[in-house]
Design a protein around this ligand. Structure first.
Ligand SMILES: *Cc1c(COP(=O)(O)O)cnc(C)c1O
Length: 305
């Protein structure tokens, strides 16, 4: 038994018509805590528990923290999540619903994370949101499930924040003998840390994040993400916040699933006319996300450019 579930893999008629090729959706929005994060986080938490961890600590007020909280509750291990003051009430409420202890500290993630580091006792495990080989190995199960289903895509579309999902999907492609299948790595214009790193040829830190896709807001990607881009065919794509939000709305109508803008970014590429026309069959990772409401998405759309 794993903490994550095997998610449905469906062919999307609306997206296939929009994209002009067969679009397969891996519906990780249906993971019990709302995002793919549970794959890697669940695996990491199980490994740390087997090594004797007595507490899990996270500094993510987003889907990574939620996945740690869920995993801890399921494994019977207490969880502390340190979040900055900017974290929404909704996010804090979701964490408390999973019985996590929520500590609010500092005005930025850096400050919250610094406090979290001081709380790590000798028997505790800190669970990083994207930069840990245990996470990538867990995320790779997503591709194992697609291979088991007998569906081999010509390309995989996914969103990139810190690059944990990218690293895991590339690991999954490689371990299933699909090393030639390209990954289309999508970021919003205001959170394009992988794009910047690929252009520079080394990891770079963005000065600031300016995007509604908060779950993609890592200023610097994991080194492994850049290594993946150098050792595997990875193509960087950028989309606007507006296209991202419109994709969220359209996907809700098409498939009755509400996802965060972080996931809307990957969907926006599939909805963009012609963007996938060179492929016959594309897998889109519907990574999900639990922190956005429809009201918030509509409000953002009013102001988006
Ligand atoms: C974390 C997250 C991402 C980005 O994943 P990384 O591993 O940080 O690249 C994308 N979408 C959602 C919904 C997320 O929670």
């Amino acid at each position: 038994m794993t903490l994550h579930i095997h998610t449905p893999l469906i062919e999307s008629r609306p997206l296939s018509l929009a994209a002009g090729c067969n679009v397969w959706l891996k519906l990780d929005a249906l993971q019990p805590c709302g995002s793919f994060k549970l794959r890697g986080v669940g695996h990491a938490c199980e490994v740390h528990q087997a090594r004797g961890a007595k507490q899990f600590i996270s500094s993510s007020g987003g889907n990574a923290g939620l996945a740690v909280a869920y995993a801890g509750r399921k494994l019977g291990v207490p969880v502390t999540v340190v979040v900055p003051e900017t974290t929404t009430d909704r996010a804090k409420q979701l964490l408390r619903l999973e019985d996590a202890k929520v500590v609010v500290h500092g005005s930025s993630w850096q400050e919250a994370n610094a406090l979290a580091q001081t709380l790590i006792g000798p028997d505790d495990a800190f669970i990083h949101p994207f930069d840990d080989p245990l996470l990538w190995t867990g995320h790779a199960s997503l591709i194992d499930e697609v291979a088991e289903a007998g569906v081999k895509p010509d390309a995989v579309v996914l969103s990139v924040g810190g690059g944990g999902l990218l690293s895991g999907v590339v690991e999954g492609l490689q371990r299933n003998g699909w090393g030639e299948v390209p990954v289309l790595a999508v970021e919003t214009n205001g959170a394009a840390s992988l794009h910047a790193a690929m252009q520079a040829g080394h990891s770079v830190e963005l000065e600031r994040i300016a995007s509604v896709a908060t779950s993609l807001g890592a200023k610097r990607v994991a080194n492994q993400a850049l290594i993946c881009a150098q050792q595997h065919p990875v193509h960087s794509h950028l989309v606007s916040d507006r296209a991202t939000l419109e994709a969220c709305e359209r996907f809700l109508l098409d498939h009755r699933l509400l996802v965060e803008p972080a996931c809307g970014a990957a969907l926006a590429l599939a909805y963009a006319p012609g963007a996938l026309a060179q492929y016959q069959s594309v897998l889109v990772v519907v990574c999900g996300g639990a922190t956005a409401t429809l009201e918030q998405i509509k409000a953002w759309l009013q102001q988006a450019d």
